[in-house]
Write a protein that binds this ligand. Structure first.
Ligand code: BTN
Length: 243
C-alpha cells in the first residue's frame, strides 16, 4: 500500500506537494487535487485544470537505482495509464514518445516526472499525471494544441473509480519496471506507439532530424531510421511530430 494519501480541493501543484513529502521522508504517496492554481507542465509550461474537469494526481515513489536507469520510466508510466484506460473501456489511446497520451492526434493526458533526490543509490520521483475528463470549451480553446477529454470518448464512469484503477495499474507497472527495467515493457509500448513505422520530424533546439520511427530501445530512447542510418534520441527538449 501507499504510505500517505492526500486528497484536497485545491493545491498549487500535486507534483510540488509530492516533492515536499518525499523530502520530509515519505516513501510512497498519492497526492490528488480537484484544482491546481500553479499546475506544472513539461518544458516549464503551466498546466490548466479547471475545477473537476480533469484528474490531477501525483504518485511519490522511490527507486533503488540512480536516475540514469529511469530513462524508460516516463514510457512505463504512459503504458500503465494506457492499459488502465483500456481496461475501463477507453480503448483508442495511443502513446507519443516520450509520454503523451493521444487519441487521434489530440492530447488526452500528460505526464510530468520530477526528481527530488538522487543520493545513496536511491532516486525519489514525483510522477504527475493530468488527464482531461471534461474540459470546458473555453479552456480547450486556450490550449496550444488539440486536446480531447474522456467525455468526448464516451466515458461516463466515476472519476474516483477511474483514479483507483489508474493508480493500481501504475503501482503494478512501477514494480515491474523496478524489477526488470523498461526492456520487458517495450513490445507493449511499441504496440501503441502512435508513430510506429511513420515518418516523423524530431526537433531538438535548433536541430531537426527526419526519419521513420522504428520504435524505442530497451532503455526508452527513440529509434529513427534517418538517411545516416539508425539513430537513437534521448529525452530532454525534444519534440516529435508526423512529417
Ligand atoms: C505535460 O506538459 O504534458 C505534463 C502535464 C502534467 C500535469 C500534471 S497534473 C498533476 C501533476 N501536478 C502538476 O503540477 N503537474 C502534473
Amino acid at each position: 500500500g501507499l504510505q500517505q494519501i492526500e486528497v484536497v480541493t485545491e493545491v498549487d501543484s500535486t507534483n510540488a506537494r509530492a516533492l515536499q513529502a518525499l523530502q520530509t521522508g515519505v516513501r510512497t504517496g498519492l497526492f490528488v487535487a480537484e484544482y491546481q492554481h500553479a499546475g506544472r507542465g513539461r518544458r516549464g509550461r503551466g498546466w490548466l485544470s479547471p475545477l473537476a474537469s480533469s484528474l490531477c494526481f501525483t504518485l511519490a515513489w522511490r527507486f533503488n537505482s540512480g536516475a540514469a536507469a529511469l530513462e524508460g520510466l516516463s514510457l512505463a508510466v504512459g503504458l500503465a495509464l494506457q492499459q488502465a484506460l483500456a481496461e475501463q473501456g477507453v480503448e483508442q489511446v495511443g502513446l507519443k514518445w516520450p509520454n503523451d497520451l493521444l487519441v487521434a492526434q489530440a492530447k488526452l493526458a500528460g505526464i510530468l516526472i520530477e526528481l527530488s533526490g538522487d543520493a545513496a543509490g536511491e532516486c525519489q520521483v514525483a510522477i504527475g499525471i493530468g488527464l482531461n475528463v471534461a474540459l470546458p470549451e473555453a479552456v480547450a480553446e486556450q490550449l496550444d494544441q488539440p486536446c480531447i477529454d474522456l467525455r468526448a470518448l464516451g466515458f461516463s464512469g466515476s472519476r474516483t473509480a477511474l483514479l483507483a484503477a489508474l493508480v493500481r495499474r501504475l503501482i503494478q507497472v512501477l514494480q515491474r519496471f523496478e524489477a526488470g527495467g523498461f526492456a520487458q515493457l517495450r513490445p507493449d509500448w511499441e504496440a501503441v506507439n502512435v508513430f510506429q513505422g511513420q515518418s516523423v520530424r524530431l526537433t531538438s533546439g535548433t536541430h531537426s532530424f527526419d526519419g521513420v520511427c522504428l520504435g524505442v530501445t530497451d532503455q526508452g530512447g527513440l529509434r529513427l531510421q534517418t538517411d545516416k542510418g539508425q539513430e537513437v534520441f534521448h529525452g530532454g527538449e525534444i519534440s516529435v511530430r508526423a512529417h
